[in-house]
Design a protein around this ligand. Structure first.
Ligand code: GLU
Ligand code: ZN
Length: 300
């Protein structure tokens, strides 16, 4: 059992949701959907909605993106509760969790290259588990004995992931010493007492690993819901990496209405002329997660 004294072990009696953008670019239509869906589900359920900036990967960070993301959220009326948490401020907690894993022999260092893993069939086979390698220039992997591969999703229903991938000993610290997404996201969702995670289907597979990690950390997992990904007609997901156009911070209503209808909510046409607050008030009270399409992708 892992004892992380710094983790406030909040119980999940209250709804606490979150939006967790990486500051690798500005908000595009796909990230607006993530912000809006998590916000509406939280507010419809009288919960708190938090914003966390996932700035653990400085090489991929775009200068000024965090501030612009927060400004855009404000102009879209998506006001968060509590202070914004920046993952770049969380290093000592991540180090504490890593030390605890190591001390309990639940993690090990791994020297395998991507090419080697690919040659072994694309799934990491635990090659370094018994080698007792030193930390220097090596990644750190967690021993994934739990290997969760199935779970219930609020939107997608029963989700089954590839068993081999879900059972991999996954990386919690990269060999360049940066903290891995899987480590930071789970530790912070625990730290912030998050009870519900509503996000896109690009994270269906990582969720299986995250559920394993909650068990390894001996902490109850939140409830997950994954909405379909918005795909361009060329089949690309909208993402900061492929330069999806930023949404217009000065003209929120059309994008909000488009995001609502993407999410299966049907605002009456009068609301085309409403204020942001009127539109969001309607959307909070009429939000129905059951109307969110169950497909994993929708072509725009
Ligand atoms: N920071 C991640 C992203 O922008 C999202 C993480 C999450 O919702 O768990 O893709
Ligand atoms: Zn290895």
């Amino acid at each position: 059992m892992i004892d992380m004294k710094s983790l406030r072990l909040r119980h999940h009696q209250e709804y606490r949701g979150r939006f967790a953008p990486s500051p690798s670019g500005l908000l595009h239509f796909g990230s607006l959907i993530a912000a809006l869906a998590s916000y509406l589900d939280a507010k419809h359920n009288h919960g708190q909605w938090l914003v966390r900036i996932e700035d653990i990967d400085p090489p991929r960070e775009k200068l000024g993106a965090s501030a612009e993301i927060l400004n855009t959220l404000e102009s879209y009326g998506l006001n968060w509760d509590e202070d914004v948490l920046y993952q770049s401020q969380q290093s000592s907690l991540y180090l504490e969790v890593l030390a605890s894993l190591k001390q309990q022999k639940l993690s090990y260092h791994c020297a395998c290259s991507r090419a080697k893993i690919k040659a072994d069939g694309g799934v990491y086979q635990g090659h370094c588990r018994k080698l007792d390698l030193a930390a220097n220039n090596n990644a750190t992997r967690v021993i994934n004995a739990v290997a969760t591969s199935q779970y219930h999703d609020l939107i997608q229903g029963e989700v089954s992931c590839d068993k081999k991938l879900a059972g991999e000993d996954f990386i919690v610290r990269r060999k360049d010493n940066l903290f891995a997404y899987q480590l930071a996201v789970v530790v912070d969702d625990i730290y912030q007492g998050i009870s519900h995670i509503i996000r896109g289907c690009d994270l269906l597979e990582p969720t299986a690993r995250q559920l394993s990690f909650y068990q390894i950390l001996n902490h109850p997992a939140p409830t997950f819901g994954h909405f379909p990904l918005a795909i361009t007609d060329e089949g690309y997901k909208l993402s900061k990496q492929n330069n999806a156009p930023a949404i217009d911070a000065k003209n929120p209503i059309p994008s909000l209405i488009a995001a609502l209808s993407f999410l299966g909510q049907q605002p009456p046409t009068e609301l085309n002329y409403a204020s942001v607050d009127e539109l969001l008030t309607w959307a909070i009270s009429h939000w129905s997660i059951n109307n969110v399409p169950k497909s994993q992708e929708i072509v725009l």
